[in-house]
Write a protein that binds this ligand. Sequence first.
Ligand code: AMP
Length: 397
Amino acid sequence: MNYNKKTILDVDVKGKKVLLRCDFNVPQDKETGAITSDKRIVAALPTIRYLLENGADVIACSHLGKPKGEWKTKLSLAPVAKRLSELLGQEVVFASDVIGPDAQAKAKALKGGEIMLLENLRFHIEEEKNDPTFAKKLSDMAELYVSDAFGTVHRAHASTAGIAAYLPAVSGFLVAKELEIMGGALENPKRPFVAVLGGAKISDKLGVINNLLDKADTIIIGGGMAYTFAKAQGGSIGKSLCEEDRLTYALDMIAKAREKGVKLLLPIDTVAAKEFSADATPVVVNTSAIPGDMEGLDIGPKTVELFCSAVKGAGTVVWNGPMGVFEFPAFAKGTKAMAQALADSGAVTIVGGGDSAAAVEQMGFADKITHISTGGGASLEFLEGRELPGVACLQDK
Ligand code: AMP
């Protein structure tokens, strides 16, 4: 996979109409539909400002929620246009359709340095089906395509991949940063390269583990997925999470790591409890001897020390998945210690999207991390080394 892609800095944008794929899939209040965090809109501002200041017209587009081809008022992007306009301090023209007459007319009327937002792309079922006629209609409004929605680059949709058949395609600043930092870590990491994997299930991370076995110097496994490894090695894990159908895989992986000279670190102690609940009493036990009526909910203090000292000496750290049930404060210590270790490490630190990103932000370490990926699924597929359709379609440098 080539990560060296052209960005908006490599092309002339002056006087061009630019179709900009953003990630405006903002969280909304379930009842009122009001935007509950504008973080994603704020994140899009540098690319938008650059394009406007350099004489382009921006035709922004995004999906919101899962309307699955139906026009749902609650999933309209109109409130996003309003918030974007407040943040930019400039009018954002809103089209009441996506590829229809309103959008086409409003796009035509843009006069240089102006911005409009199309209605929710997924109001058309053709978007997720990567329908070429839909992609062509989108492209008719513009002369250049800019991809800045990293969260959807692993999807081959009309606005993320199909569109590049009709327009020159480059990345915006958000996607460029993801490619530069994550691509750099996979292709030419500062060593030692330490990968920290956690979360609930091994099965979600098989591809990542396989890919990183060829790239990392150390792989650390925490979270619920560690107990399958403990059981595979003959341990008693009580009621802890276990994927019975992955026991052989776990043993194979231990053998593979040994073969390849990759250091594989697994928890030696565990914070367990009798119930899966926020007010369960935490008890520290040996990971290979968890009592039958208990389940492991966090890594224990000795494991914290072991894992954090590996992170301390790292040149690059990639982290995906919490070390325990961090949603319960009594079982968040391992995840917090890991976040702190990354923040203090001096290494290039990359946190995959989803739960580990949420944990780092919640715990206040976000500004001490080199890069927090904006895409959960996309960053996992990136770490798997898979070809991402929304990246592959961009012009090579
Ligand atoms: P994932 O989406 O696979 O990264 O998993 C994140 C989820 O894994 C979080 O909601 C955690 O609460 C959960 N998790 C982490 N460790 C454990 C554990 N030991 N037992 C149960 N769930 C866990």
